[in-house]
Design a protein around this ligand. Sequence first.
Ligand SMILES: [Mn+2]
Length: 330
Amino acid sequence: MARFVIVGDPQFRGVNPIARKDDFPSAILAKIDEVHQIAKRVSADAILQPGDLFDSPMVSYSVLLRLMVMLQMAPCPWITIPGNHDLFGSNADTYPRTPMAVLEQAKVINVLKNNSLYFPIDMETGHFTKDAITITGRGFDWEMDANHSTYTAPVNSDIHMVHGMLVQEPLPIAAKHTLIKDVQTPARVTICGHDHLGFGIIRRPDGKIFINPGALCRETAHTAEMERQVQVAILDITKDKDESWLEPITCARPAEEVLSREHIEAQSLRKERMDYFLTLLGQESESKFLEVREIIDGIASKEALPATIKDEAMKRIAAAREELARRGVA
Ligand SMILES: [Mn+2]
């Protein structure tokens, strides 16, 4: 039997996302450390990571080193694929000059690209060799989610790793995605990253298994992200049997402690004010305003605003225009 720990997008970076109140890089490293402890405890043969190891390929040497030092402490090999965030401009052709390629060349991680195959090799190489389990992987490229076949394993592999928008239900927004029920693949297990919320472990009626435990990081403060459990999946697999389950990452702090919704609230307040402003403009149907000064005049008289407010608005607009002229924009 081979055993794997499956880890969703770490999105490692050197600076905090706007929503995080704690030291985000240290929090991610602590989670990776916990992944290693879990791998050691369950005697995992490898850690499978379906892409977006980095938040951006534009990292400094010191950030790359921090991650490298942590990954070097792994008790078993990391096997990964390039996610859109690991690449420059989400372009798969840029892979050879990414920090992920540096980690691959340094033999810190194993990277599957272009539907390549990972064979179990003997222990001299440091790789596992158990039950002849084969793993294939396709990193992100522009074709992802263009059709269902982008999730199809290239050969009859046991496990196939992909990085794309694989979901259970159609998305409510116009974004490319693929439904789990539409995937046709020879692989017994499909492991997917990209969608940070994940869908856990799904066994289809035809016996095919799909795993996305959700991202290791919580970068945003959206409600669903705040409410979800940060977790990894564990997969036991032989040539004819498999079993999988989820395990929580216990060092993940409660969402209210590390995530702030202030910027989201400020954004919705700004949107509310903008909507109100546009409504006011809409009400001025009798006159046609070409000049911003006339718009302000119109609103000020309709809302009976004091002259001081009107003057302040004029002053700010004049200053903004001057600044634009200085920059050569207007
Ligand atoms: Mn991604």
